[in-house]
Design a protein. Sequence first.
Length: 700
Amino acid sequence: MNPTFLQKPIDYLKGVGPNRADLLRSELGIHSYQDLMHLFPHRYIDKTRYYTISQLERNNADVQIIGKITSIKMVEGKGRRLVATFKDDTGQMDLVWFRGHKWIRERIKLHIPYVIFGKTNHYNNRFSMPHPEMELLEDHEKSIRSAMQPVYPSTERLSARGITNKVVNGIMQTLFTEAKNHLFESLSQPIVTELRLMSKKDALINVHFPQSQQHLAKAQYRLKFEEFFYIQLQLAFKNINHRSKIKGYPFTKVGPGFTTFYNDHLPFELTGAQKRVLKEIRHDLGTNAQMNRLLQGDVGSGKTIVALMSILLALDNGFQACLMAPTAILAMQHYTGLQELCKDLDINIKLLQGATKTSERKMIHSALEDGSLDILIGTHAILEDKVRFKNLGLAVIDEQHRFGVKQRSKLWHKNKYPPHVLVMTATPIPRTLAMTVYGDLDVSVIDELPPGRKAIQTVHRYDANRLKVFKFIRDEIALGRQVYIVYPLIQESEAMDYKDLMDGYESISREFPMPTYQISIVHGKMKPADKDIEMNRFIKGETQIMVATTVIEVGVNVPNASVMIIESAERFGLSQLHQLRGRVGRGAEQSYCILMTSHKLSSDSKVRLETMTRTNDGFEIAEVDLKLRGPGDITGTQQSGVLNLKIADIMKDNDILKIARNYAWTLVKDDPSFQKEENQIIRFMYAQMIKFKNIWSYIS
Ligand code: ADP
Ligand code: MG
């Protein structure tokens, strides 16, 4: 690529004035020609077909119609709108605009053929199309277009300001007309040849103006490969450099805190896996490099004790430590749990959360700064600017997927050296994926549950069997156990889900009446304080049944709870089901998970339910999850901003990722300083990417 040409600001491009340039910058982060070229369509629509009005169906799909506007009028009142009558030989329909009336009125021509495109609505036996894309038939016939029309990512603000998909298409045409002689190969010849990749130039052109499905597929493959390849190259270099470059505080001694705790206060024998992981952590902490470790362990595998013992090492070496949890309930649980474990040690532990009173807060702040506070446990509140440690040596982050990368690095900057970081997660990411996503993060795995745990028995029951399930609940409660009943709450249909929850709560209350039974209810719309009260009633055993949404998904530990009922289980993802199931099976009793569904099940739902009833192994479940996941349905790893990919998808394109990873890591091993002639192009690209960081915004 010719960097100087392609780094030109988009303002220079014909058709992109200062206003549009500003919008593209602020809305999509597009600054240069190059950025614009890498704004990839997220789908393509088939515009080879023209519909007649009589052919329209009520399915609200994108359609393209040729016809004429015969009249246009304002409809006043609520929902004031401009309505045009649009006719072809087979019938008539309405075109509707809710905004931009003046602009439309000035431009629209009556009785002249147009090609319109958009989604249709059907109301009062008449079709209408809101805010259609329009083009005069005459112009439409003249313009060059491919069968597959790209649809670009957009934002509400962009479309409101007139930067429609059609406008972006036009800008792309101009861009490629100007830039096509500046597009050069960006991968080495051996790679292009071995993998039979489409050239960079053809790939870019075909992804924006596909000649055919086949061309498009080859173009996408090439661009996805390249995207993964350069990310992996960065990861590989980082991985090599990490140990030598990022300094940390070495925890050289194993002092009295750790030893006393280990010898006298450990409430149980550590499992083999816990011991191994602890050894890995101790090794990391003992070196001069900063530890950056991901601790994966299935729910109930005993990560907390590992965290505590790592914290004790920090304290033994004169440092402070913090433990951050995603919710107030969890932070509180960690706080009471750690206090209990440390009650015979001389350690000062405090809890900081949103609800902490100002006076208490001030005390905590000053105790942190003068070093008299050893361990701070808390929620996001720990990340506030006012919170300053005297010498933070270790930060433990529980349930990492709720925290973004930005927050992680905020902790890092509180010291001269970054503290060691231990990230704990119960969401098992398949190992291959973890390596590719967290290239510079070391991974430890607790793959063994504490002894004496009985495997949770999981069954699938249809709604029709509800009465039997209720009887089972009654029996378990009679034995002194507690029960969770979970309802789905999926944002889009929140109101409906909320109703399901409340209906469920009512029928449960009828089935399990007071005073024999006490029921807690917890959901996202409650005030945090009320949530805590209800949660605590259940934790203390005052209530036998907890009716809840997925807010209880993470971390809550009530060992006496032995039954987890999941309502509408077909609506949950696999990892979520597994997380929820992990709320039971924490005590010595046999536990059960009952997945309730209707009879209507998609094939994916069936696989999920079958997997859940077959296995308790989080890693196996994660692998199945990875295979099931379709486009657009992306896990926490991607949402958390670990990877911000432009065209590839870690889940969907995992095969390409593996190949790219192989090539990148081999290159870094074979030719780390880019000596080979054939790698000069990669050296150049890599240097450009580091310099103009805007291209592949990988952060870690
Ligand atoms: P998680 O990994 O889900 O955070 P916890 O750390 O909360 O798991 O541990 C779950 C339960 O198992 C706790 O009650 C804890 O005390 C107990 N536990 C942890 N390790 C062991 C062990 N080695 N032996 C027996 N019980 C253990
Ligand atoms: Mg935990």
